[in-house]
Design a binder for this molecule. Sequence first.
Ligand SMILES: NC(=O)c1ccc[n+]([C@@H]2O[C@H](COP(=O)([O-])OP(=O)(O)OC[C@H]3O[C@@H](n4cnc5c(N)ncnc54)[C@H](O)[C@@H]3O)[C@@H](O)[C@H]2O)c1
Length: 414
Amino acid sequence: MGHWSISSPASPASPAPTPHSPLPTPHSQIAIEYNPQALVRGWAMTSLINVNLPEQSYEIAIPSVSYANAPSSLDQLGQQMASLKLGKKVLLVSNPTIFKHFGERAIASLTSAGFEVASCTLPPGERYKTLNSIQKLYDIALENRLERSSTMVALGGGVIGDMTGFAAATWLRGINVVQVPTTLLAMVDSAIGGKTGVNHPHGKNLIGAFHQPRLVLIDPEVLKTLPMREFRAGMAEVIKYGVIWDAELFAQLEASKRLDQLRYVKPDLVNTILIRSCQAKADVVSKDEKEGGLRAILNYGHTIGHAVESLTGYRLVNHGEAVAIGMVAAGQIAVELGMWQKEDTERQNALIQKTGLPTQLPSGVDIEAIIEALQLDKKVKAGKVRFVLPTEIGVVTVTDEVPSDIIRQVLRGM
Ligand SMILES: NC(=O)c1ccc[n+]([C@@H]2O[C@H](COP(=O)([O-])OP(=O)(O)OC[C@H]3O[C@@H](n4cnc5c(N)ncnc54)[C@H](O)[C@@H]3O)[C@@H](O)[C@H]2O)c1
């Protein structure tokens, strides 16, 4: 087993938005406790959140950032995977930047727990989230004779997580995957829930599979090297959970003086952000694994967000920034339709602004082009665009009854 560094040729042009399906929603209260099981299993002050699924449930492990003497959870990766009785062979997948920071520590932890580890890095960036990269992973899996009991470990953000998950879903018709997310977005969103996939030249995330991880291991320490813009992108999804599901999380975010950089966020709030966001995602996925209904609420801010992302070529505006713009638009649409209080949309927008995320459309984006892009979106059914709209902080509903004129009017005001 060895290390492969893969540099791919340039790949596909601007992908378009992800397919989704819809439906309405109840919302739940979240109770957070430290699970005594965690201490039994040797996790120091770690919250374990369960994703309860019919076929294979799993845990999201989140150590407390303020527990000074706790060993970094990355150093416990091998031990925790060994406790799941996974096969001996592991393929660790990362990108060169992330591998440079954390790769050796992850490998050391895995080998000391008795795993045979091969590792590889894929080039960074959304444009390499392609079948071509997956082919490279298959080649390495073959070379290292990965078996049905083997495990692929994704050490990275959403791009590495989605690709590794997809390779694991399809190699030998499915082997284990463990997610070790290194961006805030991946920690609170993409590493949880089993959506895996790659882009097609004509569409983002068009190729994919549901494949749940065996474990999601979060190490908040790794966020210290995350670029500020990526931190903010993850915060957009955190704010989303506050609006769609967890009013208490929303209130705690409001109470913080600053949210624009990790170093200004108090450790207790970082814990709250990670725990409550992961709990929200776990709750929704546990109720609707394959997006038959409720899971669609996770697309709050994504309807217009995806259109903005795609019209700016996936470069000018990143995913989190596009979601922030989409939430501002969706909030205002809800106000125009008389579904949401104006004060609440202002509270949401203030939170987005405090995080340093955009609240206005990027200059040069044509409003008619957005309206057109919405029609092409995979969420459109029978010509109707579906929106997730808030009715109060912590509660949303799904509707396809938003007149184009209202969308146009709201976008003109941004
Ligand atoms: N599967 C899902 O449910 C789901 C949900 C949301 C988003 N996604 C996907 O996630 C992807 C976006 O993920 P992302 O926002 O994590 O971006 P990303 O994976 O591209 O990572 C962003 C950048 O941060 C760098 N980086 C990552 N961790 C770092 C660290 N700890 N220190 C320093 N640099 C670090 C990476 O090298 C990269 O350049 C998209 O492809 C999107 O489609 C999937």
